[in-house]
Design a protein around this ligand. Structure first.
Ligand SMILES: CC(C)(COP(=O)(O)OP(=O)(O)OC[C@H]1O[C@@H](n2cnc3c(N)ncnc32)[C@H](O)[C@@H]1OP(=O)(O)O)[C@@H](O)C(=O)NCCC(=O)NCCS
Length: 200
């Protein structure tokens, strides 16, 4: 099989939402049924300013080395999904990050600088059977190419020793700490907020 990346329009995401959510649930090892809780939110996100999504899909290796058409890619089985959008003050995530920045003593100038122009890398997931082939990095690079924002921010669960593929990927891409051990309202897990300047 050969893997390809394809940009998704909001309509494409709507059509492939179930598949994208199932990759997310398998990659994050969340319980089945989480898809149902997230579906409306993922659709709402497609309407946010600067929303962009990229899927990784698989097709049999073409015998003649030809490149499949966009239509073929949009019908191919999905193995990875990534999306994000431009951060804004009315978004829950930004409000949570601002509260966290206050908690760690960041001054208003630093908060304004961080919040004024950023792309939130909201989701990045590769199905477990397709991980470890560089697809996650390829999705992140495609998503972050040609962005108008001055930097990118994301949150990822804290892991002992930063020892998982997500952490290795973000560090390899040059992400640095913005807030560590942060608890979003309503979630018992600790998260790190990481960021880096754009362009990548
Ligand atoms: C985090 C995640 C998106 C990273 O995607 P990935 O495709 O698995 O990983 P990367 O693109 O970083 O690739 C890294 C691996 O591919 C290998 N690789 C890199 N380029 C390659 C290439 N061109 N060909 C083959 N292998 C390659 C690297 O050697 C590395 O392997 P290793 O981790 O065994 O050392 C993915 O692992 C995932 O979905 N994890 C679970 C969900 C998750 O944590 N999401 C992020 C939440 S914030």
């Amino acid at each position: 099989m050969a893997a390809y990346l394809v940009d998704l329009s909001p309509g494409d995401m709507q059509r492939r939402l179930r598949e994208a959510l199932s990759i997310y649930v398998d990659a994050m090892r969340y319980p089945r049924g989480t898809e149902d809780q997230r579906a409306a939110m993922w659709l709402e996100h497609t309407r946010r300013r600067g929303w962009k999504a990229v899927a990784a899909v698989e097709l049999p290796e073409p015998p003649d080395g030809s490149v499949p058409s966009r239509e073929e890619l949009l019908r191919a089985p999905m193995v990875g999904i990534a999306y994000g959008y431009c951060g804004a003050p009315d978004q829950w995530w930004q409000q949570q990050v601002v509260a966290g920045l206050h908690r760690v003593g960041a001054d208003e100038a630093r908060i304004a600088e961080l919040m004024s122009s950023y792309f939130e890398l909201t989701e990045l997931h590769i199905h477990p059977r397709a991980q470890g082939r560089g697809l996650g990095e390829a999705l992140a690079r495609r998503l972050l190419a040609d962005r108008p924002e001055s930097h990118v921010l994301l949150s990822t669960p804290e892991i002992n020793g930063e020892s998982n593929r997500a952490w290795r990927l973000y560090r390899r891409l040059g992400f640095t700490d913005v807030i560590r051990d942060y608890h979003f309202a309503g979630d018992p897990r600790a998260f790190a907020i990481l960021g880096r300047a754009l362009p990548l």
